[in-house]
Design a binder for this molecule. Structure first.
Ligand code: XUL
Ligand code: CO
Length: 434
């Protein structure tokens, strides 16, 4: 039975007027010697594709999902798996991500929930084997159930912490069972609403102990993939501890977790933190810590995490410039952590939405590669720092100079004459390629 009214989506090129075709994403086309598919490593999130009913704070879900009987049963969960794989096959996405509670229901107690998870994981494993689809990462949902209203790994209640640990243990084992390439921690409720009731230091110590236990358990079960932390400054917590790239890196360094973690950066989270995605990616790349990307965007006019599909070519160009600069994604991918607008309620809208995101990234990739091949932008930046390419510059950069030595030179040199940053010229240069 067909759930999406279309055939497999094909590449038809930029002149095509067919809305159900790719205009830029041509999976096997080589860009800089590597196929688009391998550059982009697109992934689909189970939670948005299969579980998002498209509600908002003012109204219920609108999504039409004829395959879903609305029950919290394992049978319903198993039925969804077929629909998801039909979707992946038609859109041509090879990776996916899940939360434990998207793929399987939370039942009366932990062992019942675990059994449901095992049943769905067995089916996912079969489907992966049949199709070659891979699990990019798994994660445990430690934010929906009321028990986690005050956090999971940062809950003040040790029984909740214990439950969260058991849930992550199981999610990690399921990720391993499905040969998942990574495992993500997004701490939506790992933060606080008010410091009046919060011991921040103790909560952070608990979080670090929790992550060390995850590392130990991964070793025990032979899960080698990286762990990812996904920063976000707020929502649902007022203050989330993993607020941005820099805060996460500081936390990981402080608690000696750098060797086991990388960051999974999401565009809408970056903008909520008051940064551009390029900023967040650059901070992570500088530390060798960019692992994966949740590819979406926010809305300039709405202040919350709207999780829209990335359709802005300027944004995708910036993201791909960063990815090319770091030498490409390895275990990570571009996971469309994005949902349709509430008005786009038909199943085929899922296809349109992903075509848009994939084409925007393919287009951004081509532009980014062209900017790099052209070389003028990189040459400008290199030249801008060329005064440091001197003997004195290398002494400074290697920590071999001193204030006294620099004072002598400054007194002799007089007032520096500085060069223009040429921002507008460079913006014009980038626009040449769009
Ligand atoms: C929430 C969010 C999550 C994580 C996984 O804003 O991005 O879906 O990606 O828990
Ligand atoms: Co995300």
């Amino acid at each position: 039975m067909q759930h999406f009214e279309c055939d497999k989506i094909n590449y038809e090129g930029p002149s095509s007027k067919n809305p159900l075709a790719f205009k830029h994403y041509n999976p096997d086309e080589l860009i800089g010697g590597k196929s688009m598919k391998d550059h982009l490593r697109f992934a689909a999130p189970y939670w948005h594709v299969m579980r998002n009913e498209l509600s908002d704070p003012f109204g219920g879900g609108t999504a039409v999902m004829p395959w879903d009987d609305g029950s919290n049963s394992t049978e319903n969960a198993l039925n969804r798996v077929d629909v998801f794989f039909e979707f992946l096959e038609k859109i041509g996405i090879d990776f996916y991500c899940w939360h434990d509670r998207d793929i399987a229901p939370e039942l009366g107690d932990l062992s019942a929930s675990n059994a449901a998870l095992d049943a769905v994981v067995a089916k996912l494993k079969e489907k992966q084997a049949q199709t070659g689809v891979k699990l990019l990462w798994g994660t445990a949902c430690l934010f929906s159930h009321p028990r986690y209203s005050q956090g999971g790994a940062t809950s003040p209640d040790m029984n909740v912490y214990t439950y969260a640990a058991a849930q992550v243990k199981k999610a990690l084992e399921c990720t391993k069972e499905l040969d998942g390439l990574g495992y993500t921690f997004w701490g939506g409720r790992e933060g606080y609403a008010t410091l009046l009731n919060t011991n921040m230091k103790r909560e952070l110590d608990h979080l670090a102990a929790f992550l060390h236990m995850a590392v130990d358990h991964a070793k025990q079960i032979g899960f080698n993939g990286p762990f990812y932390i996904e920063p976000k400054p707020r929502e649902p917590s007022t203050h989330q501890y993993d607020s941005d790239s820099a805060a996460c890196l500081n936390f990981l360094r402080e608690y000696d977790l750098m060797d086991h973690f990388k960051l999974n950066l999401e565009t809408n989270h970056a903008t909520l933190a008051g940064h551009t995605m390029q900023h967040e990616m650059t901070v992570a790349i500088n530390a060798g810590m960019l692992g994966s990307v949740d590819a979406n965007r926010g809305d300039e006019l709405i202040g919350w995490d709207t999780d829209q599909f990335p359709t802005d070519i300027y944004l995708t160009t910036q993201v791909m410039l960063c990815i090319l600069e770091m030498g490409g994604l390895t275990t990570g991918g571009l996971n469309f952590d994005a949902k349709r607008r509430r008005e786009s309620h038909e199943p085929i809208d899922l296809i349109h939405a992903h075509i848009g995101g994939m084409d925007a990234f393919a287009h951004g990739l081509k532009i980014a590669q062209a900017i790099r091949d052209d070389g003028r932008l990189a040459a400008f930046v290199q030249d801008r720092y060329s005064s440091f390419d001197s003997e004195l510059g290398s002494q400074i950069e290697s920590g071999k100079s001193s204030f006294a030595a620099l004072e002598k030179i400054a007194l002799a040199n007089g007032e520096p004459i500085i060069a223009s940053g040429r921002q507008e010229m460079l913006e014009n240069l980038v626009n040449e390629f769009l």
